[in-house]
Design a protein around this ligand. Structure first.
Ligand code: G6P
Length: 607
């Protein structure tokens, strides 16, 4: 969702602000803008739509200035338009904001009663008007900011520019992330280390309720009325890591990184010499865990669904999986001695964060699997198991998912070992299957021409597509359907193959492609029956299986894709790759915006 950048520097900042906004595009947005100080006055350029529109505005009306803020906006309050685009400004301040000011109606009422006039439909404008009102009451910018922090409710990250003050820029955070970057005679504030990467790798992360005053040579962080120190760290992200390389889209690049990042992740969680998993000391005893509650959103939720099969099958543990937006408000009873596992690429997703807060308040041990170790979810967990996927830019999650699955399988194996439900031989067999997984994923990637052909000849023309799978392939069917919807805008449904006859079978005719995810496993025969039922209704069957499965059913499919034969336990990780590529090539065939699909955001920081 919204991306923030602020720079107090020596050189003209507009090109740097726009450059940073490009690195924040991945979060999803529908308008953008920048503001600088020109001879002490706030000047802005804003545009609806993509950044090219803002660049065109800047080309015709350049914006000088050595201090400024910039924003990519994903609309929440007020439609995407130039009028509602940030920076939102008064004559005294310009503000960029990520998140929601929950008490904006109440504050707006008070400010309008004071005689203030609002120019936009945004909740953000109350921040600008509130601070302006304090400044007009002769408060200093620092006093005004401190006082505004007391009044604002909700989740937000802010960057604020003050007219007449070339020497200071402010930032604030509650909930949404905000990083401070330290340069040479220049200081930065931005949504994440990615935005700041080419400027500096020296960053500190603000904590909830912090606000910061940046000057060209340093900064002061406050919490309440007190000065606090936040550790400055070397970010692991370099400018080189966030390019597309030779790939046409970030999504394709990230799909192709999977063998490497699964390998990196395995290096942390598995010892190839002993063929056993190696996890950090856990803050609980597997034999005393009463129940596991898993929670996440989007693709990460499907990773949790796969893990449920693993925890139940390998460790005989009882697992509940629930989307975070439901869990947080359903407020289920959580048994004492329970463990809550949260899975999130960004570590910022507001519903997942709220769900772990609920679980924590209910005495659950919180274990999170996240890709951004500095994130709020990571910070609020008792233990973090990081995925080593590296920065994921494309909105549709790919390499984060397969690394999440890799970590979760290692965790389930550790649980099985500790609980005596998994023999050392079985552990060694699974460890070997994992060690071989990057090579198998590579083989699956080498079939790219086949995915492209299926996408172009079968999927791209369809109005509806059905994905079917059983057991741990069921969540992969859901993931395949989600990916197709997200990036190609074709309606798709994932279904448990055995449930098809209770509804979706009514949809099947010769216009509906049915993608069947069917590695040969203990329930292959059951999936084969469902396959035949779909075939009998004239469905265009696309079979994803291994040599044995294709040998058995291939002659009934319009097309079969033969994937490497793997241990059925690791199959969901491998089969995630072909469903990603089918969606990718379908989107390319349809000409959609693959990396930034319409209406979607990468990090969902609002409810
Ligand atoms: C958004 C993204 C999805 C992602 C989901 C959860 O909807 O578009 O790709 O799966 O959020 O995000 P998280 O960062 O918590 O994994």
């Amino acid at each position: 969702m919204c991306g923030i950048i602020g720079i107090i520097g020596k050189a003209p900042v507009t090109p740097l602000l726009v450059d940073a906004l490009k690195r924040l595009e991945y979060r999803g947005y529908d308008s953008s803008g920048v503001a600088t100080l020109v001879n002490g006055h706030i000047d802005r350029r804003r545009a609806e739509g993509k950044l090219v529109n803002l660049e065109a505005r800047l080309a015709s009306e350049p914006l000088p200035g050595t201090i400024g803020i910039g924003h990519t906006r994903w609309a929440t309050h007020g439609k995407p338009s130039e009028r509602n685009a940030h920076p939102i400004a008064t004559d005294r301040v310009a503000v960029v904001h990520n998140g929601i000011i929950e008490n904006f109606q109440e504050l707006k009422g008070e400010l309008v009663a004071e005689g203030r006039h609002f120019d936009s439909d945004t909740d953000t404008e109350v921040v600008a008007q509130l601070i302006t009102s304090y400044l007009e009451k002769q408060m200093s910018p620092e006093q005004a900011m401190g006082k505004a922090m007391e009044r604002l409710r909700g989740a937000f990250a802010l960057a604020i520019l003050f007219s007449g003050r070339h020497d200071i820029l402010m930032g604030a955070r509650r909930g949404s992330s905000l990083a401070v970057g330290y340069g040479d005679g220049e200081m930065y504030v931005g949504t994440d280390a990615l935005a700041l990467a080419p400027f500096t790798r020296q960053v500190s992360y603000l904590e909830d309720d912090d606000w910061v005053v940046l000057r060209a040579d340093g900064c002061t962080v406050y919490q309440g009325g007190f000065e606090v120190k936040r550790e400055v760290r070397q970010s692991g992200i370099s400018g080189a890591m966030i390019g597309k390389g030779n790939h046409r889209h970030f999504m394709l690049k990230e799909i192709h990184e999977q063998p490497a990042v699964i390998g990196d992740t395995l290096q942390t969680y598995l010892d190839p010499a002993t063929r056993s998993v190696t996890l950090p000391v856990l803050p609980f005893d597997w034999n005393k865990v009463s129940r596991i509650t898993m929670t996440a959103c989007g693709t990460a939720y499907y990773a949790c669904m796969v893990a449920k099969y693993w925890f139940e099958g390998l460790a005989r543990l009882s697992v509940e999986v629930e989307v975070a937006s439901e869990l947080r408000y359903r407020e289920p009873p959580l048994p004492e001695g329970g463990v809550c596992i949260a899975v999130s690429q960004s570590g910022e997703t507001v519903d997942t964060l709220a769900a772990i807060r609920y679980a924590k308040a209910n005495k659950q041990t919180i274990l999170s699997v996240v890709n951004v170790p500095e994130s709020a979810i990571a910070r609020e967990s008792h233990l973090v198991l990081p995925t080593l996927a590296g920065p994921e830019i494309s909105v549709a999650s790919t390499k984060a998912t397969t690394t999440q699955l890799t970590v979760l399988l290692c965790l389930a194996i550790a649980a099985g070992r500790a609980r005596g439900t998994l023999s050392p031989e079985a552990e060694a067999r699974l460890a070997l299957a994992l060690i071989e997984l990057p090579a198998h994923v590579n083989q699956a990637l080498n079939m790219e021409e086949e995915y492209r052909r299926v996408a172009e000849t079968v999927l791209a023309e369809a109005r509806d597509v059905l994905y079917l799978g059983r057991g741990s392939s069921f969540p992969i069917a859901l993931e395949g359907a989600l990916k197709l919807k997200e990036i190609s805008y074709i309606h798709a449904e994932g279904y448990a193959a055995g449930e098809m006859k209770h509804g979706p079978i009514a949809l099947i005719d010769e216009t509906v492609p049915v993608v069947v995810v069917a590695p040969t496993d203990a329930i292959f025969d059951k999936t084969a029956s469902n396959f035949e039922q779909a075939k009998a209704r004239g469905g265009k069957l696309v079979l994803l299986s291994d040599a044995a499965g294709v040998g058995r059913l291939g002659n009934q499919a319009v097309v079969s894709l033969t994937l490497p034969t793997v241990d059925p336990v690791v199959a969901p990780i491998l089969y995630t790759v072909p469903v990603q590529l089918l969606a990718y090539y379908t989107a390319v065939a349809k000409g959609t915006d693959v990396d930034q699909p319409r209406n979607l955001a990468k990090s969902v920081t609002v409810e």
